[in-house]
Design a protein around this ligand. Structure first.
Ligand SMILES: Nc1nc2c(c(=O)[nH]1)N[C@H]1C(S)=C(S)[C@@H](COP(=O)(O)O)O[C@H]1N2
Ligand SMILES: [Mo]
Length: 359
């Protein structure tokens, strides 16, 4: 099989949003299990899948610049974590006025098991200078990119996908940021960042740089297009903010949207996740209005993955029902009723509605 055949095969179960660069949502089954099979994990790429020469340059303000290979990373202690990853643009399609950007529905979210070396260990060996403040991560991908899509005057430019984190975050052992080389027990496939990528738990997917090529310690904060141009919340009524942690969100996975179910007791099931703390409560509404009933929330199976919840619904009335689920996390964050509109359409975590017929 050629690379093109491999890619076509790997992509066949997804719902395409854009063919080139390839962007695709997961099917609803992607949210059924504890983790998402690789072929059902959503894909979000700003540029075409790049060629990668297999080396990772670690440089900038450090004592020991190095070029690492996959074998070097595999020789380090490995850590495996199930991590829920959501694109900050997930749910953009429900915002009005509709923002520019990929028109994601609700399925740019998945959970995979990622295995790799710990970023903080790579940085410890590199010995960052005392003046270091940030770490910049560059992918091997680049291409023509439209700056400021919502302004009347637009400008295209050749950009590489680059993101930064504070040095404190990148070197924090508790943060468990990975340079991952396996996804669900297999080497990364091209769409998910082969041969290795960053995985930043709790953050929107944008922080998890794929096709990782350069890591540089910086002595000044970095302000690239992908953190100060795009991936910024441009609110209508308050100062702009960077897109960072995933906002709290619940999803009903069973019954499926639009399903017909028999009258009787039905166990409604779903997932809930948040980057700002474990899920503490999920409430279910059966009327489409503000009458909420507590669901049973299962404890987290790991520090970075979605949680299961369920609710025993006495579905006796034979008619159409609108089900809603609303999650709260340990930090007290709760889902809003209305999408929090911002110009580029990020972080829509509004309560979702699902219609179900009881017969
Ligand atoms: N190099 C590179 N890394 C990237 C991106 C990209 O365009 N280029 N997209 C980011 C975004 S916006 C998301 S949501 C995740 C998606 O990861 P996935 O395609 O493995 O699901 O990758 C992130 N890492
Ligand atoms: Mo994203």
């Amino acid at each position: 099989m050629t690379l093109a055949d491999d890619l076509a095969q790997a992509r066949s179960a997804l719902t395409m949003i854009h063919d080139e660069p390839f962007n695709a949502e997961a099917p609803p089954e992607a949210l059924e299990g504890d983790t998402t099979p690789t072929e059902l994990h959503y894909v979000r790429s700003n540029f075409a899948v790049p060629a990668h020469d297999g080396s990772l340059e670690v440089g900038g303000a450090i004592e020991h610049p190095r070029t690492l290979t996959l074998d070097d990373l595999r020789a380090m202690p490995s850590v495996e974590r199930a991590v829920t990853m959501e694109c900050a643009g997930n749910g953009r399609l429900a915002m009005r006025p509709l923002p520019a950007g990929e028109p994601w529905g609700d399925y740019a979210v998945s959970t995979a098991r990622w295995t790799g070396a710990l970023l903080h260990q790579v940085l410890e060996e590199a010995k960052p200078a005392a003046e270091g403040v940030e770490v910049r991560f560059a992918g091997a991908d680049h291409g023509s990119y439209l700056l400021h899509p919502v302004l009347a005057v637009t400008k295209r430019s050749d950009l590489t996908f680059v993101r930064s984190l504070t040095l404190a975050h990148a070197t924090d052992p508790q943060a468990e940021i990975l340079i991952a080389y396996e996804m669900n027990g297999e080497p990364l496939n091209p769409d998910h960042g082969a041969p290795f990528r960053l995985i930043v738990p709790h953050w929107y997917g944008v922080a998890s740089v794929k096709w990782l090529k350069h890591i540089d310690v910086l002595t000044e904060p970095y302000a690239g297009e992908f953190e100060t141009g795009h991936y910024m919340y441009q609110w209508a009524d308050r100062p702009p903010e960077r897109v960072t942690l995933m906002r709290v969100r619940a999803r009903i996975t069973d019954p499926a949207r639009g399903a017909t179910i028999p009258a009787g007791t039905y166990t409604v099931r779903g997932k809930a996740w948040s980057g700002t703390g474990p899920i503490t409560n999920v409430d279910v509404s059966l009327t489409g209005e503000g009458e909420w009933h507590p669901a049973q929330v299962e404890p987290p199976k790991g520090p970075y993955q979605w949680q299961d919840w369920s609710f025993a619904w006495k579905a006796t009335e034979r008619c159409r029902h609108s089900l809603r689920a609303r999650a709260v996390d340990a930090a007290g964050n709760v889902q809003p009723e209305v999408p929090p509109w911002n110009r580029l359409g990020y972080g829509n975590n509004a309560v979702e509605v699902s219609y179900v017929d009881v017969r």
